[in-house]
Design a protein around this ligand. Structure first.
Ligand code: ADP
Ligand code: GLC
Length: 480
């Protein structure tokens, strides 16, 4: 099968979160199953120069955005056997950072339209166009509405994956309508209209041939009002069409035996892991102590990740004999929360308010525990990376966290981490206390550490599930 992934971020080019990890590794896994998989991304300023220098111009044309025609270059780069296309327009993408601009609606309408318009010029006619999150939600819309009548497009089937239903690309209706250059008939409640606004996410949900999300539990949760972000009715209506396929991680990239960022490579040796812990304590300015349980947090600092729970009992946590190392950026309140607490407990908490890939790896490697008490979590990769680096995850039982972490049971010796069910700060605190206590029992801890490596979270199985879904869509195409 020929598959084109469209997304707004991908490792190793640009990353703000797990979406980049997925787009950086799922195509490779599908390729290993024998498919021709390519990826199309915006050409951002933040893409390292070494990659930018290697790109070659494939074609250029103009893309209609409202009443204007905007330049669109398509550049190409091959990396580890996967072909990447980059949509070039300096006005939209030559800026620092990748999201959060006042004209994001226009930037990603442009990108979505550009992806759709570029298809006949790639020299690669995909069977499947697989879109991800709101930034590419309008690709299926543009394919059907702007190109549906063209023969070369007629056989393409589209898939839309929800990585996070909370971020919907909801903009002023008039603005979106103007940018897309379409009539009122597309802005009804069953199409792009959403509570008086226009929604890019709905473009993906309504106009794609299949909708998936990134874990089975989240697929169930978003059908309910509590998790549905106003779209649960529509998601329920898609019935069995909404499939939850668990994310994997790139097992070669996230491998403590081969990770060049670590002081000491290791896989099963807890002694070698402890050496990484001492080096981490030194690096982040915490007292070097082998016996103290070190809890790591690597995360966007946003409400989704459960920081309200942590805020509520942070002092109680820091009064335990533990150390906490935090790496993240996001909401000011949470950044201040950790900076302030680090000032009060300099020997217990290290607050690293930045985005730093190498340090993140050293935190996964150096931590004994990894805290991720999310309010909701479509899949979560942090806990999967933590498991791979043998930092026991402490999670709330929601979304992909529920699907990947099983609470350790001291009696049976089963389980790979710690978990609690209710979104309640004291339940979390109690769970942390239990984890800290278990850490003091080397025999039980060794069993837990062993269990952490037992489940395979590489992409192979999930890639097969995607491939079989694509296969079904194409088989249905033949029946039409
Ligand atoms: P989300 O995509 O919701 O942010 P995930 O757990 O799926 O959450 O993925 C987060 C990814 O981003 C992981 O690879 C994690 O290590 C990485 N990450 C998050 N914050 C930082 C940071 N400040 N520095 C480096 N990596 C980070
Ligand atoms: C989103 C979700 C996260 C998921 C990631 C990759 O950012 O918040 O749970 O792991 O996408 O699918």
């Amino acid at each position: 099968m020929k598959i084109l992934f469209a997304a707004s971020e991908a490792v190793p080019f640009v990353k703000t979160g797990g979406l980049a990890d997925v787009i950086g590794s799922l195509p490779q896994a599908l390729k290993e199953l024998g498919h021709d998989v390519r990826v199309i991304l915006p050409k951002y300023e933040d893409i390292p120069e070494s990659y930018r220098d290697g790109m070659t111009l494939l074609d250029s044309f103009t893309v209609p955005v409202g009443w204007r025609n905007q330049y669109c270059g398509v550049e190409q780069l091959e990396l580890e056997g996967v072909v990447y296309y980059f949509i070039d327009n300096e006005f939209y993408f030559r800026r620092k950072g990748i999201y959060g601009y006042g004209d994001d609606a226009e930037r990603f309408v442009f990108f979505s339209r550009a992806v759709a318009d570029a298809i006949p010029r790639l020299g690669f006619l995909p069977d499947i166009v697989h879109c991800n999150d709101w930034q590419t939600g309008l690709v299926p819309f543009c394919l059907k509405v702007h190109h549906g009548h063209q023969e070369e497009y007629a056989r393409i089937r589209t898939v839309f994956t929800i990585h996070n239903l909370k971020y919907q690309g909801r903009f002023n209706r008039g603005l979106l309508q103007d940018l897309l250059g379409v009539g009122d008939e597309y802005f009804t409640a069953d199409k792009l209209e959403f509570y008086g606004d226009g929604s890019c996410m709905k473009g993906g949900l309504v106009y794609s041939d299949a909708v998936t999300t990134v874990s089975p539990t989240y697929a169930e949760e978003i059908r309910t009002r509590a998790f549905g972000e106003g779209l649960d009715g529509m998601l329920r209506a898609r019935g069995d069409d909404l499939l939850g396929i668990l994310n994997g991680i790139d097992a070669a990239d996230y491998d403590p035996m081969k990770d060049p960022n670590l002081a000491v490579p290791y896989r099963n040796s807890m002694a070698k892991k402890r050496l990484n812990k001492s080096r981490l304590q030194e690096e982040v300015g915490l007292p070097v102590r082998e016996d103290v349980p070190l809890i790591g947090i690597v995360s966007r600092l946003v409400e989704q990740k459960g920081f309200d729970l942590i805020a509520c009992v942070l002092d109680d946590i820091l009064r335990l004999d533990v150390q906490l190392v935090v790496l993240g950026t996001g909401d000011r309140t949470y950044e201040e929360l950790f900076r302030d607490a680090a000032g009060r407990y300099p020997d217990k908490l290290s607050a690293n308010i930045r985005f730093h890939e190498p340090l993140s790896r050293r935190i996964y490697a150096g931590s004994d525990l990894f805290l991720m008490p999310s309010l909701f979590e479509p899949c979560g990769l942090g806990q999967l990376i933590a498991l791979r680096y043998k930092a026991a995850p402490i999670v709330r039982e929601t979304g992909g966290l529920k699907d990947t972490v099983q609470a350790f049971d001291e009696l049976t010796g089963q389980g790979n981490g710690f978990s609690f069910a209710n979104y309640n700060a004291h339940d979390m605190l109690y769970t942390i206390e239990r984890a800290v206590k278990l850490y003091q029992d080397p025999k039980l801890w060794a069993t837990l550490a062993d269990n952490m490596g037992r489940k395979d979270f590489s992409w192979r199985r999930s890639a097969q599930q995607y491939a079989s879904m694509y296969g079904k869509l194409l088989a249905e195409r033949c029946l039409v």
